[in-house]
Design a protein around this ligand. Structure first.
Ligand code: PEP
Ligand code: MG
Length: 577
């Protein structure tokens, strides 16, 4: 019987396929005590995860070469020693055998205990080694999670399927899309999560917050994901299928109409030129960005190189990826953002901390990179080497103050010096910019711009931090509002600061590619938009219908508005000029 579930659209489009359910429980740490019969099997799981983590470290060690080999090697050796430490291993086994802890809970308990010991030490060096504990435990935990979720991954990785789950990590989604996944219905989550962003760039229709999905949909049910209306239709009727075919025809027609805008300049109705950049993560997107006439790549999220795998990419591998990106853009500027792991972008390599109490406010982005100098230097070296092939701009995520930017600049300087001494020809100046996505960075943007070459406003995070609304929590849905007057004022302030400092300021959050927000952003003075390649033509088309002068004249009223409704009324009255 036909059933309709409603949800929030995270990625538009429609998809028809068979449902594949993934139940959520195995992703959480299970705190329930083991029964006596379960104990030995759990010890075996734990031992296997420890062995897998040790093998990963050995593998990483074997792959080391180049200038960083010694430094990184030492750090890997320290981790291998910890992993083989009889006290650590015996302690974990004891927790499972005597305490009846499950492996995940034992890891957590052991970590907490060791961290407390390290933190009570007087020696600041030894105290700082607690990081190693987190790293090692996270690696074992990742191996444990992989053990339990491998079966699920296999289940979901068939062609022609719609994934139905509570939520999905970006790494899983990337993996599944390569195996023929068609669309996704999640019972929780938000359209501003990283998975939603990835779904849009992969063009996988996605609904989030479809609360009944896991109870109302069964494995193998035929499901039509309607990412236009925000519906998942279980057992669609002939009428639904006719609508699906009509949508396919319309989408093809609209695609043809917009195709005539490929390669064109982006001009407002009153002839003002606006620059559209691409947020590109995948090689195909780079080719598409160029073909559509993007002004460059405004955001390349390097974490996607790290998310799809269990072992950290080495310098050569990263270099090859960045070099191909630069070459692919044929001389247009390319903005490579340094690693932004952490929060919902937890990787499988154990680099990001697995169990922070408040990960969005935790060791994320540049904070993580600065605590992992060897990993960060590897990335910076790869970026610098790629910068020989075209204009590269280095973008630093989650900056909250000038010190972080200065620390990155210093690391870039040291890496460039080493590379030159090794015979590489590295350009004299490396453009370094700050993401403005933490309120402190927005409020302090003038100081940042005095030291940065450019800035990029990340409204996905700026909204969550300004409004204190977790971007992944669907229970807060309507509160996560890019039209909130407080946010508009901050965005306008940052854009104006850029103009005053004569430094480029772009916006690369999701709203830059959402045609509904274009009039507002033009009104606030934005000149550089960065978006999924799939949105470039629609945004160019929208801009062609807007009168920038008239929109700019609305800015003072928009910035005085007290509510989102007022903002909408002001914009509607003008209707784009
Ligand atoms: C942002 O926060 O707006 C942004 C572009 O970064 P990400 O979505 O990767 O956090
Ligand atoms: Mg961000």
């Amino acid at each position: 019987m036909r059933r309709v579930l409603t949800g929030t659209v995270a990625a538009r489009g429609m998809a028809l396929g068979r449902a594949r359910l993934v139940q959520p429980s195995q992703f959480a740490i299970d705190e329930r005590p083991l029964s006596a019969e379960e104990v030995e099997a759990e010890v075996k799981r734990l031992d296997e995860a420890l062995a897998a983590a040790r093998a990963e470290l050995a593998d990483l060690h074997d792959k080391l070469h180049g200038a960083l080999a010694r430094e990184v090697g030492e750090f890997l050796d320290a981790h291998s020693m910890l992993l083989s430490d009889p006290e650590l291993v015996a302690g974990l086994r004891d927790l499972v055998r005597k305490g009846r802890y499950r492996a995940g809970a034992a890891l957590k308990a052991q970590r907490d205990r060791l961290v407390a010991v390290f933190e009570s030490m007087d020696d600041p060096y030894l105290r700082s080694r607690r990081e190693d504990i987190d790293h090692v435990i996270a690696r074992v935990h990742a191996a444990l999670v992989r053990q339990t979720s491998r079966e699920e991954r296999k289940l979901a990785a068939r062609v022609g399927e719609i994934l139905v789950s509570d939520a999905i990590a970006p790494a899983e989604l990337a993996n599944l899309s390569r195996h023929g996944l068609l669309g996704m219905v999640a019972s929780s989550g938000s359209p501003y999560s990283h998975s939603a962003i990835l779904a849009r760039s992969l063009r996988l229709p996605m609904l989030v917050g479809a609360h009944q999905a896991l109870t109302e949909i069964q494995d193998d049910d035929l499901v039509l994901v309607d990412g236009e209306r925000g519906e998942a239709i279980v057992h669609p009727t002939a009428q639904d299928l006719a609508r699906y075919r009509a949508w396919q025809r319309d989408a093809a027609r609209e695609g043809q109409r917009l195709a005539s805008l490929a390669g064109a300049r982006t001009l407002t109705r009153d002839g003002h030129e606006v620059h559209l950049f691409a947020n590109a993560e995948l090689p195909e997107e780079v080719a598409q960005a160029r073909a559509l006439g993007a002004a460059g790549v405004g955001l390349y999220r390097t974490e996607f190189l790290f998310l799809m795998r269990n072992v950290l990419p080495d310098e050569e591998e990263q270099y090859a990826a960045y070099r191909d990106l630069v070459l692919g853009m044929g001389g247009l500027p390319v903005t490579i953002r340094t690693l932004d792991l952490g929060a919902d972008k937890a990787d499988a390599t154990g680099l990001a901390l697995a169990a922070e109490p408040n990960p969005a406010l935790g060791v994320r982005g540049v904070r993580l990179s600065l605590r992992r100098p060897a990993v960060f230097a590897t990335q910076v070296r790869a970026i610098l080497r790629a910068s020989c092939y075209g204009r590269v701009r280095v973008l630093v995520p989650m900056v909250s103050g000038v010190d972080e930017l200065e620390a990155v600049r210093e690391l870039v300087r040291l890496c460039a010096r080493d590379l030159r001494s090794e015979g590489h020809e590295i350009p004299e100046h490396c453009e370094i910019g700050a993401m403005v996505e933490v309120p402190a960075a927005a409020i302090g943007v003038r100081a940042l711009l005095a030291r940065a070459d450019f800035a990029a406003i990340g409204t996905n995070d700026l909204a969550q931090y300004v409004l204190a609304v977790d971007r992944n929590n669907d229970a807060l849905g309507a509160l996560y509002d890019p039209l909130h007057p407080a946010l508009l004022r901050l965005i306008a302030y940052v854009i104006a600061a850029g103009r005053r400092a004569r430094k480029p300021v772009s916006l690369c959050g999701e709203i830059a590619g959402d045609v509904r927000f274009i009039p507002l952003l033009l009104a606030l003075g934005l000149e550089e938009f960065s978006m999924h390649t799939g949105q470039i033509l629609a945004v160019r088309d929208r801009i062609a219908g807007l009168h920038r002068g008239k929109l700019r004249a609305l800015a003072p009223r928009l910035l005085r508005a007290a509510t989102r409704d007022e903002v909408e009324r002001i914009l509607a009255a003008c209707n784009g000029g």
